[in-house]
Ligand binder design. Structure first.
Ligand code: PMT
Length: 219
């Protein structure tokens, strides 16, 4: 039982990138592999939680008896899946790299090469995490912040705006952090604005540190 502290708890994890369709053969995406989110889902499940893993397009496949995987493509798909599961969970971790914008219209045929320049109008996607943070009774909420500059300032602003209990900051400036790497280097920011910087570790170890921190708060 000591090793299964999350038995009976339900968790939602978002992971991976989103793909925003331009036409039937093209999309706007990003370099997230899903490794960070998958490691968190596995760690939560290893500690006894039932996990709903809502995952954008990713080549990863690491099944676990306690993980139900919901595959999605776009940010809107991810939001719809989150809406479906969020009210039934105790803990939600938002590690996905969600596209902030999507094409205003999706062409129903392959866009032909013609003009020298081509513009695609983009419209804002809903901020899934902020939406959950604004719920009347949100679950214990963990957000991520991927920054390139003024990291702490931006991360504190995100924690406040998205109403997170725990915010995981990682910086593109760190060699060991970011998309598709097997390592990450994080700073955890708590609701009381205290912060703790961790050394670079494998994403599996980083996931453990994050879940340890969650447990301190909810147990
Ligand atoms: O998948 P890997 O290759 O292992 O890479 C891991 C990672 C770099 C993707 C991961 O560690 C990470 O930083 N994930 C968050 C990436 C991101 O998009 O950060 P952001 O600062 O833009 O978003 C802030 C938070 O809001 C995130 O929790 C994000 O999931 C959430 N968000 C953002 C936009 C949106 N429309 N909806 C959201 O829920």
């Amino acid at each position: 039982a000591a090793k299964m502290p999350l038995r009976g708890k339900k968790c939602l994890v978002t992971a991976g990138p989103t793909h925003e369709a331009i036409d039937p053969v093209r999309f706007i995406g990003n370099h997230s592999s899903g490794k960070m989110g998958m490691a968190i889902a596995l760690d939560l499940a290893d500690r006894g939680a039932e996990v709903f893993l809502i995952m954008g397009p990713s080549a990863l496949n690491q099944p676990h008896d306690l993980i139900e995987r919901i595959d999605v493509v776009s940010a809107m798909d991810m939001k719809n899946a989150v809406d479906e599961y969020i009210t039934s969970v105790d803990i939600a971790v938002f590690s996905a790299a969600v596209a902030d914008y999507r094409p205003a219209t999706v062409s129903d045929h392959k866009i032909k090469k013609a003009t020298d320049t081509l513009s695609i109008e983009l419209v804002k996607n809903p901020d899934i995490l902020a939406g959950v943070g604004a719920m009347q009774k949100p679950p214990y909420l963990v957000g991520f912040a991927l920054e390139t500059n003024n990291e702490m300032e931006h991360a504190f602003a995100k924690a406040e705006k998205k109403n997170t209990d725990l915010l995981v900051l990682n910086s593109m400036r760190d060699e060991e952090a970011g998309f598709n790497k097997d390592t990450n280097k994080i700073t955890l920011i708590r609701r009381d604005k205290s912060s703790r910087e961790f050394p670079a570790k494998s994403k599996v170890e980083v996931a453990k540190d994050i879940v340890d921190e969650i447990l301190k708060d909810i147990m």
